[in-house]
Design a protein around this ligand. Structure first.
Ligand SMILES: [Zn+2]
Length: 373
């Protein structure tokens, strides 16, 4: 198997980066008109900056307002809007679902794509795949594209003004990266591009985990002040770039498959991708019978930033046997990344691992209560 590493063609991050969007696109040799697929708050916060930066770059732009879910229907509507605008580049500006939709539209029309995340809530912005959901909000499929985005532009001034929850959810997504990467590397499993992992990808995944532990709490404090600082810049890079390169070029395992299973439980629908992945990771560590010291390190980090560690934390307190069975069936469906784990994984094992994760999460919380501050 050949080793494959992939990445966006260009990654630009820093305070007020949006002001450079037009010139950055031009620097890549791309031309307008641009169709901007945008969420509501992106339109409100960025319209004036877009007008300026695209005028400066001499590019026309139009905005397509995202309806809220990355579904096949929304992708069709966006593609029609792009055809109507005679767009030559698609830009996504918003959260993960907006960017997933923008990538799908660009792929359908064979156009270059630019991702401008307005929150650091997942590692999706750098990747060449989208997660498509049904109209009912259930995970439907991964769509894999030929190429990674042409540009990922991350405006940390904007992200510093976002709510804390998406940033923490992004940490949950990033928390799983190294552990899933390691499983794939150790087992010689294929990464998301169908190749073997490189030393580079695994190294980035490890840096991803280390940076979370070092900068997670400080980044939340910076968000509270609404001002990016060095820890915040490193953390945003971790959630967005390191986690993105790590997962895509090394591969996924149980944590994301269990996340996919959790999306079948309506109680979890109000929870973000990374929140469910964080719980999925705990279950993965149980499935792999990882040592207590490692489980406690992960639990301590999750608790320090407010990531879920129990069933109740992801909206399914006291789940029935049937509910857990349905989640586990979905998590172990043929082709799921859980089969990259070194042991044959059955639905029964997944139910057991999820129960063990919940129990570990509850007893850790209980022990914290009794620890003098
Ligand atoms: Zn993810």
């Amino acid at each position: 198997m050949l080793k494959v590493f992939c990445a966006p063609a260009r990654y630009t991050q820093g305070p007020h980066a949006t002001a450079q969007l037009g010139p950055e696109i031009r620097n890549l040799g791309l031309d307008g008109p641009a169709l901007i697929v945008a969420g509501r708050s992106a339109v409100r916060l960025l319209s004036d900056t877009w007008a300026k930066t695209f005028a400066e770059a001499g590019m026309r732009h139009e905005v397509f307002r995202f309806a809220g879910e990355c579904t096949a229907g929304e992708i069709r509507r966006g593609a029609q809007a792009a055809r109507d605008a005679k767009a030559r580049v698609i830009i996504g500006a918003g959260g993960g679902k907006v960017l997933d939709t923008a990538r799908a539209i660009a792929s359908d029309l064979a156009l270059p794509v630019v991702n401008c995340p307005t929150i650091a809530s997942s590692d999706a912005p750098c990747s060449a795949l989208s997660v498509i959901y049904t109209e009912a909000g259930e995970w439907a499929e991964y769509r894999i594209y030929r190429r990674n985005p042409d540009l990922v532009l991350v405006d940390t001034t904007l992200i510093a003004k976002s709510p804390v929850r998406p940033l923490v959810a992004g940490m949950g997504d990033a928390l799983a990266t190294f552990f899933e990467a390691k499983v794939c590397v150790d087992g010689g499993a294929k990464n998301m591009r169908g190749g073997a992992s490189t030393r580079s990808a695994l190294c980035l995944a490890e840096l991803c985990y280390k940076t979370l532990l070092a900068d997670g709490v400080a980044a939340i404090e910076a968000l509270g002040r609404k001002e990016p600082n060095d820890a915040f810049e490193r953390l945003v890079e971790t959630n967005t770039l390191l986690s993105g390169l790590g997962f895509e070029s090394s591969g996924l395992a149980a944590a994301h498959a269990i996340h996919n299973g959790l999306t079948t439980a309506p109680g979890t629908h109000g929870f973000m991708h990374g929140e469910k992945v964080a719980f999925g990771l705990l279950a993965q560590l149980m499935l792999e019978s990882q040592p207590n010291s490692l489980v406690e390190e992960v639990l301590a980090f999750s608790s320090s930033v407010g990531l879920p560690t129990t069933f109740a934390d992801i909206g399914i307190a006291d789940p029935s046997r049937e509910l857990l069975g349905t989640i586990a069936e979905r998590a172990t469906a043929p082709g799921e990344t859980i089969h990259n784990e070194p042991i044959p994984v059955t639905p029964e094992l997944v139910v057991e691992a999820m129960r063990a994760a919940d129990a570990a999460g509850r007893s850790f919380r209980e022990s914290m209560k009794h620890t003098p501050a």
